[in-house]
Design a protein around this ligand. Structure first.
Ligand code: HEC
Length: 150
């Protein structure tokens, strides 16, 4: 007669693995639902227009009017933008800019000034606007992921 215990032990193990799998899937789904990406309409046209004015005053001298950079100051648009920031959050980008730019005078703009410039950078990277302004709170910005495709 076969001893049933090794089989039932394996079955219990399989059930446990299955439960772990569903739990992991549930957690992943929940996280994905909470996280936004830049493609979800995370800034407004008005904000980007404000950002453009601040950018022209504070950043364009080095990064140029078209945001293409001048060789020393890097381009802020196109493949350079996505190569640098993809898979990072808007919080990462905001903090990097605020703590280093404008070069020689970091953190010299208001928090909303940096948020406005970030909105303008999204607009110039063909990311569509929405009805909510980009926040300047880094906890909120950390929930907005930068991805290359929609
Ligand atoms: C005086 C020239 C100058 C000004 C003004 C300036 N930058 Fe820069 N910026 C640079 C240089 C040079 C670099 C590359 C070296 C570095 O990262 O410090 C750079 C780098 C950057 C980077 C890449 C940082 C990274 O971590 O990859 C960003 C984004 C940026 N600047 C945005 C801005 C914004 C936004 C403003 C305006 C608020 C601004 N810069 C003003 C010269 C400037």
């Amino acid at each position: 007669m076969r001893n049933p215990s090794p089989n039932s032990g394996r079955r219990a193990h399989a059930v446990c693995l299955l439960a772990t799998f569903f739990l992991a899937a549930a957690i992943t789904t929940t996280t994905a639902a909470q996280d936004q990406t830049i493609w979800d309409g995370v800034y407004t046209e008005e904000q980007a227009a404000r950002g453009q004015r601040t950018y022209d005053q504070e950043c364009a001298a080095c990064h140029l009017d078209d945001l293409m950079g001048d060789g020393i100051a890097p381009s802020l648009i196109g493949s350079a933008f996505f190569f640098r920031w993809s898979e990072l959050s808007m919080g990462d980008m905001y903090t990097a800019i605020r703590t280093t730019m404008p070069q020689g005078a970091p953190a010299s703009l208001s928090p909303s000034g940096y948020a406005d410039i970030s909105a303008y950078m999204l607009q110039k990277n063909d990311v569509p606007a929405g009805s909510m302004e980009l926040p300047s709170d880094t906890d909120d910005l950390d929930g907005i992921m930068i991805t290359e495709a929609q």
